[in-house]
Write a protein that binds this ligand. Structure first.
Ligand code: 5GP
Ligand code: ZN
Length: 112
């Protein structure tokens, strides 16, 4: 499949991995927008939040079970932000669902 994040998960494209379990892979964003900027993705190819169903949502809960573990490992003891961009208006550029974990500084109050 021609998906950059599937290739990263498979190890065909290099990345800086920070976490992996049976369902989840997390790696540093190549263009960080905060001192800590990790992309947390399900290993299963789900194109976007629009494609979450009762059948595949276990992959999404696995992502959110991994988030506090990654945050702790990254030293985000004072909080963090988790963002999902979906579709054109959400400015999603990679069509494999991913969650941005941002922290390490006081983040902007604006979210748009
Ligand atoms: P989106 O805009 O789709 O929500 O986020 C995609 C993110 O993937 C961007 O923050 C971008 O910097 C990151 N990204 C795109 N290509 C690569 C890559 O090859 N490696 C890594 N580590 N991050 C990437
Ligand atoms: Zn993919």
């Amino acid at each position: 499949m021609d998906c950059i994040f599937c290739k990263i998960i498979a190890g065909d494209i290099p990345s800086t991995k920070v976490y992996e379990d049976g369902k989840v892979f997390a790696f540093r964003d190549i263009n960080p927008q905060a001192p800590v900027h990790v992309l947390v993705v399900p290993k299963e190819h789900i194109p976007s939040a629009d494609f979450i169903t009762a059948e595949n949502s276990g992959n999404i809960s696995a992502v959110f079970e991994a988030v506090p573990k990654i945050a702790a490992a990254e030293g985000l003891t004072n909080g963090y932000r988790v963002i999902n961009n979906c579709g054109e208006d959400g400015c999603q550029s990679v069509k494999h669902i991913h969650f941005h974990l941002l922290g390490g500084k006081k983040l902007s109050e604006k979210m748009d």
